[in-house]
Design a protein. Structure first.
Length: 475
Protein backbone atom coordinates (compact mmCIF):
# COMPACT_ATOMS: atom_id res chain seq x y z
CA UNK A 1 0.00 0.00 0.00
CA UNK A 2 1.57 3.30 -1.07
CA UNK A 3 1.70 6.43 1.11
CA UNK A 4 -1.13 8.24 -0.69
CA UNK A 5 -3.51 5.28 -0.31
CA UNK A 6 -2.67 5.04 3.40
CA UNK A 7 -3.31 8.75 3.98
CA UNK A 8 -6.64 8.53 2.12
CA UNK A 9 -7.74 5.62 4.33
CA UNK A 10 -6.84 7.52 7.48
CA UNK A 11 -8.78 10.58 6.32
CA UNK A 12 -11.76 8.43 5.35
CA UNK A 13 -11.70 6.69 8.74
CA UNK A 14 -11.52 10.02 10.59
CA UNK A 15 -14.43 11.40 8.56
CA UNK A 16 -16.61 8.37 9.31
CA UNK A 17 -15.62 8.55 12.97
CA UNK A 18 -16.54 12.22 13.07
CA UNK A 19 -19.98 11.58 11.55
CA UNK A 20 -20.71 8.77 14.01
CA UNK A 21 -19.52 10.88 16.93
CA UNK A 22 -21.70 13.81 15.83
CA UNK A 23 -24.76 11.60 15.39
CA UNK A 24 -24.51 9.89 18.78
CA UNK A 25 -23.58 13.16 20.52
CA UNK A 26 -26.65 14.85 19.04
CA UNK A 27 -28.87 12.01 20.30
CA UNK A 28 -27.28 12.12 23.75
CA UNK A 29 -27.62 15.88 24.06
CA UNK A 30 -31.21 15.75 22.78
CA UNK A 31 -32.13 13.13 25.39
CA UNK A 32 -30.36 15.13 28.11
CA UNK A 33 -32.12 18.37 27.22
CA UNK A 34 -35.49 16.62 26.80
CA UNK A 35 -35.16 15.18 30.32
CA UNK A 36 -34.32 18.58 31.80
CA UNK A 37 -37.15 20.29 29.89
CA UNK A 38 -39.64 17.69 31.10
CA UNK A 39 -38.51 18.23 34.69
CA UNK A 40 -38.72 22.02 34.35
CA UNK A 41 -42.12 21.88 32.65
CA UNK A 42 -43.38 19.67 35.49
CA UNK A 43 -42.51 22.59 37.79
CA UNK A 44 -44.27 25.05 35.48
CA UNK A 45 -41.05 26.52 34.07
CA UNK A 46 -40.89 27.37 30.38
CA UNK A 47 -39.44 30.50 28.82
CA UNK A 48 -42.07 32.96 27.50
CA UNK A 49 -40.27 33.09 24.15
CA UNK A 50 -40.83 29.35 23.67
CA UNK A 51 -44.56 29.77 24.31
CA UNK A 52 -44.52 32.76 21.95
CA UNK A 53 -42.95 30.71 19.13
CA UNK A 54 -45.30 27.81 19.86
CA UNK A 55 -48.39 30.02 19.72
CA UNK A 56 -47.33 31.63 16.45
CA UNK A 57 -46.55 28.22 14.93
CA UNK A 58 -49.92 26.93 16.11
CA UNK A 59 -51.67 29.83 14.36
CA UNK A 60 -49.73 29.03 11.17
CA UNK A 61 -50.81 25.39 11.29
CA UNK A 62 -54.29 25.59 12.84
CA UNK A 63 -55.37 29.22 12.75
CA UNK A 64 -58.48 30.34 10.85
CA UNK A 65 -57.25 31.80 8.62
CA UNK A 66 -53.71 30.42 8.81
CA UNK A 67 -51.50 33.21 10.10
CA UNK A 68 -48.77 32.97 7.48
CA UNK A 69 -47.44 36.43 8.34
CA UNK A 70 -45.90 34.81 11.41
CA UNK A 71 -43.03 33.92 9.08
CA UNK A 72 -42.14 37.59 9.01
CA UNK A 73 -43.47 41.16 9.36
CA UNK A 74 -42.95 41.35 13.12
CA UNK A 75 -41.41 38.14 14.34
CA UNK A 76 -38.02 36.59 13.46
CA UNK A 77 -39.24 33.89 11.06
CA UNK A 78 -36.69 31.08 11.43
CA UNK A 79 -37.53 30.00 15.03
CA UNK A 80 -41.24 29.95 14.14
CA UNK A 81 -40.56 28.12 10.86
CA UNK A 82 -38.55 25.42 12.66
CA UNK A 83 -41.30 25.02 15.26
CA UNK A 84 -43.96 24.87 12.53
CA UNK A 85 -42.07 22.20 10.57
CA UNK A 86 -42.04 20.08 13.73
CA UNK A 87 -45.81 20.27 14.08
CA UNK A 88 -45.81 23.19 16.48
CA UNK A 89 -44.00 21.18 19.17
CA UNK A 90 -41.69 23.85 20.52
CA UNK A 91 -39.98 21.57 23.05
CA UNK A 92 -39.09 19.17 20.24
CA UNK A 93 -37.72 22.11 18.23
CA UNK A 94 -35.79 23.30 21.28
CA UNK A 95 -34.24 19.90 21.93
CA UNK A 96 -33.38 19.17 18.30
CA UNK A 97 -31.73 22.51 17.54
CA UNK A 98 -29.87 22.61 20.85
CA UNK A 99 -28.77 18.99 20.49
CA UNK A 100 -27.33 19.60 17.02
CA UNK A 101 -25.48 22.74 18.12
CA UNK A 102 -24.03 21.10 21.23
CA UNK A 103 -22.99 18.07 19.16
CA UNK A 104 -21.23 20.39 16.70
CA UNK A 105 -19.40 22.06 19.61
CA UNK A 106 -18.46 18.65 21.03
CA UNK A 107 -17.14 17.52 17.65
CA UNK A 108 -15.01 20.66 17.38
CA UNK A 109 -13.69 20.15 20.91
CA UNK A 110 -12.83 16.52 20.08
CA UNK A 111 -10.79 17.63 17.07
CA UNK A 112 -9.10 20.62 18.70
CA UNK A 113 -8.29 19.44 22.23
CA UNK A 114 -4.51 19.64 22.75
CA UNK A 115 -4.29 17.31 25.76
CA UNK A 116 -4.81 13.56 25.69
CA UNK A 117 -7.97 12.60 27.56
CA UNK A 118 -9.29 16.18 27.75
CA UNK A 119 -12.09 15.86 25.19
CA UNK A 120 -14.46 14.33 27.77
CA UNK A 121 -13.99 17.08 30.43
CA UNK A 122 -14.59 19.75 27.80
CA UNK A 123 -17.72 17.97 26.54
CA UNK A 124 -18.95 17.75 30.15
CA UNK A 125 -18.31 21.49 30.38
CA UNK A 126 -20.51 22.04 27.30
CA UNK A 127 -23.27 19.95 28.89
CA UNK A 128 -23.27 21.53 32.35
CA UNK A 129 -22.07 25.11 31.82
CA UNK A 130 -25.13 27.03 33.02
CA UNK A 131 -25.34 29.73 30.28
CA UNK A 132 -25.18 27.02 27.60
CA UNK A 133 -27.54 24.74 29.53
CA UNK A 134 -30.09 27.54 29.88
CA UNK A 135 -30.08 28.34 26.17
CA UNK A 136 -30.13 24.65 25.27
CA UNK A 137 -33.32 24.14 27.30
CA UNK A 138 -35.02 27.54 27.22
CA UNK A 139 -33.74 29.61 24.30
CA UNK A 140 -32.77 27.79 21.10
CA UNK A 141 -33.13 31.04 19.14
CA UNK A 142 -30.29 32.75 21.01
CA UNK A 143 -28.24 29.54 21.04
CA UNK A 144 -28.52 29.28 17.26
CA UNK A 145 -27.90 33.02 16.80
CA UNK A 146 -24.72 33.09 18.90
CA UNK A 147 -23.43 29.87 17.32
CA UNK A 148 -23.87 31.13 13.76
CA UNK A 149 -22.42 34.58 14.48
CA UNK A 150 -19.28 32.99 15.93
CA UNK A 151 -19.09 30.64 12.94
CA UNK A 152 -19.11 33.73 10.70
CA UNK A 153 -15.98 35.11 12.30
CA UNK A 154 -14.39 31.64 12.31
CA UNK A 155 -14.83 31.35 8.53
CA UNK A 156 -13.60 34.92 7.98
CA UNK A 157 -10.54 34.23 10.09
CA UNK A 158 -9.84 31.03 8.15
CA UNK A 159 -10.28 32.85 4.84
CA UNK A 160 -7.68 35.44 5.83
CA UNK A 161 -5.25 32.66 6.77
CA UNK A 162 -5.87 30.17 3.92
CA UNK A 163 -7.58 32.32 1.23
CA UNK A 164 -10.13 29.57 0.51
CA UNK A 165 -13.16 31.03 -1.31
CA UNK A 166 -15.48 28.50 0.33
CA UNK A 167 -14.73 29.97 3.76
CA UNK A 168 -15.78 33.45 2.62
CA UNK A 169 -18.87 32.05 0.91
CA UNK A 170 -19.93 30.22 4.09
CA UNK A 171 -19.31 33.29 6.23
CA UNK A 172 -21.59 35.41 4.03
CA UNK A 173 -24.39 32.81 3.84
CA UNK A 174 -24.35 32.28 7.60
CA UNK A 175 -24.44 36.01 8.29
CA UNK A 176 -27.44 36.30 5.98
CA UNK A 177 -29.21 33.60 8.00
CA UNK A 178 -28.71 35.53 11.26
CA UNK A 179 -31.21 38.15 10.06
CA UNK A 180 -33.98 35.55 10.12
CA UNK A 181 -33.07 34.44 13.64
CA UNK A 182 -32.70 37.79 15.38
CA UNK A 183 -33.43 41.15 13.81
CA UNK A 184 -30.78 42.83 15.99
CA UNK A 185 -28.17 41.36 13.62
CA UNK A 186 -28.79 44.40 11.44
CA UNK A 187 -26.77 46.39 13.99
CA UNK A 188 -23.83 44.03 13.46
CA UNK A 189 -23.27 45.31 9.90
CA UNK A 190 -21.04 48.29 10.83
CA UNK A 191 -19.37 46.25 13.55
CA UNK A 192 -18.50 43.40 11.19
CA UNK A 193 -17.18 45.92 8.65
CA UNK A 194 -14.82 47.28 11.33
CA UNK A 195 -13.82 43.72 12.18
CA UNK A 196 -13.12 42.92 8.52
CA UNK A 197 -10.93 46.03 8.29
CA UNK A 198 -9.01 44.82 11.36
CA UNK A 199 -8.62 41.22 10.13
CA UNK A 200 -7.42 42.28 6.66
CA UNK A 201 -5.40 45.29 7.80
CA UNK A 202 -2.27 43.80 6.22
CA UNK A 203 -4.12 43.23 2.92
CA UNK A 204 -6.12 46.47 2.47
CA UNK A 205 -6.86 45.69 -1.17
CA UNK A 206 -9.08 42.80 0.00
CA UNK A 207 -11.24 44.77 2.42
CA UNK A 208 -13.87 45.92 -0.09
CA UNK A 209 -14.13 42.64 -2.09
CA UNK A 210 -14.41 40.64 1.13
CA UNK A 211 -16.98 43.06 2.56
CA UNK A 212 -19.07 42.89 -0.60
CA UNK A 213 -19.02 39.09 -0.61
CA UNK A 214 -19.74 38.90 3.11
CA UNK A 215 -22.61 41.40 3.34
CA UNK A 216 -24.42 40.67 0.06
CA UNK A 217 -26.51 37.68 1.32
CA UNK A 218 -27.58 39.66 4.39
CA UNK A 219 -28.49 42.77 2.38
CA UNK A 220 -30.43 40.73 -0.17
CA UNK A 221 -32.39 39.07 2.67
CA UNK A 222 -33.03 42.45 4.27
CA UNK A 223 -34.20 44.08 1.03
CA UNK A 224 -36.56 41.23 0.13
CA UNK A 225 -37.95 41.12 3.65
CA UNK A 226 -38.40 44.91 3.72
CA UNK A 227 -40.12 44.87 0.31
CA UNK A 228 -42.61 42.23 1.45
CA UNK A 229 -43.28 44.26 4.61
CA UNK A 230 -43.80 47.40 2.54
CA UNK A 231 -46.35 45.66 0.31
CA UNK A 232 -48.37 44.07 3.10
CA UNK A 233 -47.99 46.51 6.00
CA UNK A 234 -47.07 49.83 4.37
CA UNK A 235 -43.84 50.06 6.40
CA UNK A 236 -40.62 48.67 4.98
CA UNK A 237 -38.84 48.57 8.34
CA UNK A 238 -41.85 48.44 10.63
CA UNK A 239 -40.83 44.96 11.80
CA UNK A 240 -37.83 46.44 13.64
CA UNK A 241 -39.99 48.78 15.69
CA UNK A 242 -42.63 46.16 16.47
CA UNK A 243 -39.99 43.55 17.25
CA UNK A 244 -38.51 45.89 19.85
CA UNK A 245 -41.92 46.44 21.44
CA UNK A 246 -42.46 42.69 21.79
CA UNK A 247 -38.97 41.64 22.89
CA UNK A 248 -37.54 44.71 24.64
CA UNK A 249 -36.52 44.30 28.27
CA UNK A 250 -37.64 45.94 31.51
CA UNK A 251 -34.20 46.64 32.98
CA UNK A 252 -34.20 50.41 33.44
CA UNK A 253 -30.44 50.92 33.11
CA UNK A 254 -30.33 48.84 29.92
CA UNK A 255 -33.25 50.80 28.48
CA UNK A 256 -31.56 54.13 29.27
CA UNK A 257 -28.31 52.89 27.70
CA UNK A 258 -29.94 51.88 24.42
CA UNK A 259 -29.77 54.10 21.35
CA UNK A 260 -26.48 55.69 22.39
CA UNK A 261 -23.17 54.13 21.36
CA UNK A 262 -21.18 55.44 24.33
CA UNK A 263 -23.87 54.58 26.88
CA UNK A 264 -24.26 51.11 25.37
CA UNK A 265 -20.49 50.61 25.41
CA UNK A 266 -20.25 51.64 29.07
CA UNK A 267 -23.13 49.37 30.09
CA UNK A 268 -21.66 46.48 28.13
CA UNK A 269 -18.28 46.83 29.87
CA UNK A 270 -20.02 46.87 33.27
CA UNK A 271 -21.84 43.68 32.36
CA UNK A 272 -18.64 41.96 31.18
CA UNK A 273 -16.88 42.84 34.44
CA UNK A 274 -19.86 41.40 36.35
CA UNK A 275 -19.79 38.07 34.44
CA UNK A 276 -15.97 37.83 34.31
CA UNK A 277 -15.82 34.69 36.51
CA UNK A 278 -18.19 32.89 34.11
CA UNK A 279 -16.17 33.75 31.00
CA UNK A 280 -12.71 33.04 32.42
CA UNK A 281 -11.99 30.39 29.72
CA UNK A 282 -12.65 33.00 27.02
CA UNK A 283 -10.53 35.61 28.81
CA UNK A 284 -7.53 33.28 28.55
CA UNK A 285 -7.49 34.21 24.87
CA UNK A 286 -6.26 37.70 25.72
CA UNK A 287 -3.18 36.10 27.28
CA UNK A 288 -2.50 33.36 24.73
CA UNK A 289 -4.28 34.34 21.48
CA UNK A 290 -4.23 38.14 21.22
CA UNK A 291 -6.27 38.25 18.00
CA UNK A 292 -8.72 40.91 16.83
CA UNK A 293 -11.42 38.21 16.55
CA UNK A 294 -11.67 38.28 20.34
CA UNK A 295 -13.75 41.45 20.12
CA UNK A 296 -16.68 39.68 18.41
CA UNK A 297 -18.63 38.74 21.59
CA UNK A 298 -18.35 42.34 22.79
CA UNK A 299 -19.81 43.51 19.48
CA UNK A 300 -22.73 41.09 19.74
CA UNK A 301 -23.62 42.31 23.23
CA UNK A 302 -23.18 45.93 22.16
CA UNK A 303 -25.65 45.44 19.31
CA UNK A 304 -28.25 43.95 21.67
CA UNK A 305 -27.85 46.78 24.19
CA UNK A 306 -28.00 49.46 21.50
CA UNK A 307 -31.18 47.90 20.08
CA UNK A 308 -32.81 47.75 23.55
CA UNK A 309 -33.00 43.95 23.36
CA UNK A 310 -30.63 43.25 26.25
CA UNK A 311 -31.14 42.30 29.87
CA UNK A 312 -28.27 41.69 32.32
CA UNK A 313 -28.78 37.93 32.24
CA UNK A 314 -26.03 35.42 32.84
CA UNK A 315 -27.10 33.30 29.86
CA UNK A 316 -26.19 36.07 27.40
CA UNK A 317 -22.51 35.62 28.21
CA UNK A 318 -22.77 32.24 26.45
CA UNK A 319 -21.58 34.04 23.31
CA UNK A 320 -18.17 34.30 25.01
CA UNK A 321 -18.19 30.59 25.87
CA UNK A 322 -19.18 29.55 22.34
CA UNK A 323 -16.40 31.80 21.03
CA UNK A 324 -13.92 30.06 23.35
CA UNK A 325 -15.02 26.63 22.09
CA UNK A 326 -14.92 27.46 18.37
CA UNK A 327 -11.99 29.91 18.17
CA UNK A 328 -9.57 27.48 19.80
CA UNK A 329 -6.28 28.15 18.01
CA UNK A 330 -4.64 29.16 21.30
CA UNK A 331 -5.52 25.97 23.20
CA UNK A 332 -2.13 24.43 22.43
CA UNK A 333 -0.42 27.22 24.40
CA UNK A 334 -2.47 26.52 27.54
CA UNK A 335 -1.28 24.55 30.51
CA UNK A 336 -3.59 21.76 31.64
CA UNK A 337 -3.83 23.15 35.16
CA UNK A 338 -4.71 26.62 33.81
CA UNK A 339 -7.51 25.22 31.66
CA UNK A 340 -8.82 23.07 34.50
CA UNK A 341 -8.99 26.01 36.91
CA UNK A 342 -10.67 28.25 34.30
CA UNK A 343 -13.33 25.64 33.50
CA UNK A 344 -13.94 25.01 37.20
CA UNK A 345 -14.41 28.70 38.02
CA UNK A 346 -16.84 29.07 35.11
CA UNK A 347 -18.87 25.97 36.03
CA UNK A 348 -19.25 26.93 39.69
CA UNK A 349 -19.79 30.67 39.38
CA UNK A 350 -22.45 30.68 36.64
CA UNK A 351 -25.36 28.96 38.48
CA UNK A 352 -24.52 30.80 41.71
CA UNK A 353 -24.67 34.16 39.91
CA UNK A 354 -27.88 33.11 38.15
CA UNK A 355 -29.49 32.62 41.58
CA UNK A 356 -29.23 36.37 42.20
CA UNK A 357 -29.97 37.36 38.60
CA UNK A 358 -32.55 40.03 37.85
CA UNK A 359 -33.71 37.93 34.87
CA UNK A 360 -36.56 35.93 36.36
CA UNK A 361 -36.51 33.03 33.89
CA UNK A 362 -32.88 32.05 34.41
CA UNK A 363 -33.26 32.61 38.14
CA UNK A 364 -36.06 30.03 38.21
CA UNK A 365 -33.96 27.52 36.26
CA UNK A 366 -31.03 28.10 38.65
CA UNK A 367 -33.34 27.56 41.63
CA UNK A 368 -34.50 24.29 40.09
CA UNK A 369 -30.86 23.24 39.61
CA UNK A 370 -30.21 23.81 43.33
CA UNK A 371 -33.37 21.97 44.37
CA UNK A 372 -35.38 25.06 45.30
CA UNK A 373 -39.01 25.05 44.17
CA UNK A 374 -39.34 28.15 41.94
CA UNK A 375 -42.56 30.02 41.28
CA UNK A 376 -44.38 28.55 38.29
CA UNK A 377 -44.30 30.63 35.09
CA UNK A 378 -47.43 28.89 33.86
CA UNK A 379 -49.60 28.96 36.99
CA UNK A 380 -51.52 32.20 36.21
CA UNK A 381 -52.31 31.03 32.67
CA UNK A 382 -53.10 27.48 33.77
CA UNK A 383 -55.65 28.90 36.20
CA UNK A 384 -57.42 30.79 33.41
CA UNK A 385 -57.20 27.83 31.03
CA UNK A 386 -58.76 25.52 33.64
CA UNK A 387 -61.56 28.02 34.20
CA UNK A 388 -62.45 28.21 30.48
CA UNK A 389 -61.54 24.70 29.32
CA UNK A 390 -65.00 23.19 29.88
CA UNK A 391 -66.94 26.28 28.83
CA UNK A 392 -68.11 26.63 25.25
CA UNK A 393 -68.03 29.67 23.02
CA UNK A 394 -65.66 32.16 21.40
CA UNK A 395 -63.07 34.06 23.44
CA UNK A 396 -62.06 37.63 22.59
CA UNK A 397 -58.36 38.02 23.37
CA UNK A 398 -55.41 40.23 22.49
CA UNK A 399 -52.54 37.74 22.37
CA UNK A 400 -49.85 40.38 22.79
CA UNK A 401 -49.91 39.41 26.45
CA UNK A 402 -52.18 36.39 26.25
CA UNK A 403 -50.20 34.14 23.89
CA UNK A 404 -49.38 31.59 26.66
CA UNK A 405 -53.11 31.03 27.12
CA UNK A 406 -53.59 30.23 23.41
CA UNK A 407 -50.64 27.83 23.63
CA UNK A 408 -51.94 26.10 26.78
CA UNK A 409 -55.52 25.66 25.58
CA UNK A 410 -54.35 24.10 22.28
CA UNK A 411 -57.55 25.22 20.51
CA UNK A 412 -56.88 28.37 18.44
CA UNK A 413 -60.31 28.16 16.79
CA UNK A 414 -61.90 29.29 20.05
CA UNK A 415 -60.10 32.63 20.02
CA UNK A 416 -60.84 35.89 18.24
CA UNK A 417 -57.38 37.42 17.86
CA UNK A 418 -56.11 40.77 16.51
CA UNK A 419 -54.88 39.29 13.19
CA UNK A 420 -58.38 38.07 12.31
CA UNK A 421 -60.87 40.26 10.44
CA UNK A 422 -63.52 39.51 13.08
CA UNK A 423 -61.44 41.11 15.84
CA UNK A 424 -62.36 44.71 14.94
CA UNK A 425 -66.06 43.81 14.83
CA UNK A 426 -65.84 41.93 18.12
CA UNK A 427 -64.02 44.83 19.72
CA UNK A 428 -66.76 47.28 18.74
CA UNK A 429 -69.60 44.88 19.62
CA UNK A 430 -68.35 41.95 21.75
CA UNK A 431 -71.77 40.38 22.30
CA UNK A 432 -72.18 39.84 18.57
CA UNK A 433 -69.29 37.38 18.20
CA UNK A 434 -67.80 36.55 21.60
CA UNK A 435 -69.03 34.61 24.59
CA UNK A 436 -66.04 35.49 26.75
CA UNK A 437 -63.45 38.26 26.78
CA UNK A 438 -60.09 38.34 28.51
CA UNK A 439 -58.08 41.49 29.16
CA UNK A 440 -54.72 42.03 30.83
CA UNK A 441 -54.75 45.26 32.82
CA UNK A 442 -52.15 46.90 30.61
CA UNK A 443 -53.55 49.74 28.54
CA UNK A 444 -50.32 50.05 26.60
CA UNK A 445 -50.37 46.48 25.25
CA UNK A 446 -53.90 45.09 25.53
CA UNK A 447 -56.48 46.32 22.99
CA UNK A 448 -59.40 44.73 24.86
CA UNK A 449 -58.52 46.52 28.08
CA UNK A 450 -57.98 49.78 26.20
CA UNK A 451 -61.50 49.52 24.83
CA UNK A 452 -63.43 48.42 27.91
CA UNK A 453 -61.28 48.69 31.04
CA UNK A 454 -63.69 47.86 33.88
CA UNK A 455 -67.01 47.54 32.05
CA UNK A 456 -68.34 45.63 29.04
CA UNK A 457 -71.99 45.86 27.95
CA UNK A 458 -73.94 42.58 28.09
CA UNK A 459 -71.07 40.90 29.93
CA UNK A 460 -70.40 40.27 33.61
CA UNK A 461 -67.08 39.67 35.33
CA UNK A 462 -66.35 35.97 35.70
CA UNK A 463 -62.90 36.34 37.26
CA UNK A 464 -60.65 39.25 38.21
CA UNK A 465 -57.36 39.78 39.99
CA UNK A 466 -54.66 42.45 39.96
CA UNK A 467 -53.45 41.58 36.45
CA UNK A 468 -56.34 40.13 34.44
CA UNK A 469 -60.12 40.31 34.07
CA UNK A 470 -62.40 37.77 32.39
CA UNK A 471 -65.90 38.69 31.22
CA UNK A 472 -68.71 36.25 30.47
CA UNK A 473 -71.67 37.12 28.27
CA UNK A 474 -74.95 37.35 30.15
CA UNK A 475 -77.69 35.09 28.81
Amino acid sequence: MDTKEGVDKIIDHDAKGGVSFFFFSALAFFAFYAFINAALLHQGIIHPNLMFFAEKAMLVLEGHPARLENFGFIYPPLPILITSLLGGNVLLAQGMVAGLISAALALEVRKAVPFKGWALPLIIYIAFCFPILFLATQGFDFYLYFFIVVLCIRFLYRHEKKEASLDLFMAGILFGITFFIHFSSIYLIPMFFILICMIYRNQPQKIMPVSLSFFTPFLVSLLIFSYVNLIFTGEAFGFLKKHKLLFSNSDIEAVLSSGSFMSSLYYMLKYVIWVAPVIVPYLLGFRYHKSVVLVLPFMVLLSLIYANLFSPAIFLCSVFIIHFLLMNDFWGALKQKTLLVALGISLVSAPVMALISTESNEKKVAQAVFGVNPASSLAPFQKIAALLQDKKGKILLDDTRGYPLVYLMQDPERFILPYQYEFAVALSNPARLADYAIAWKDKGNDLVFQQFEDHMEQFRPLFEDETVIIWEKTK
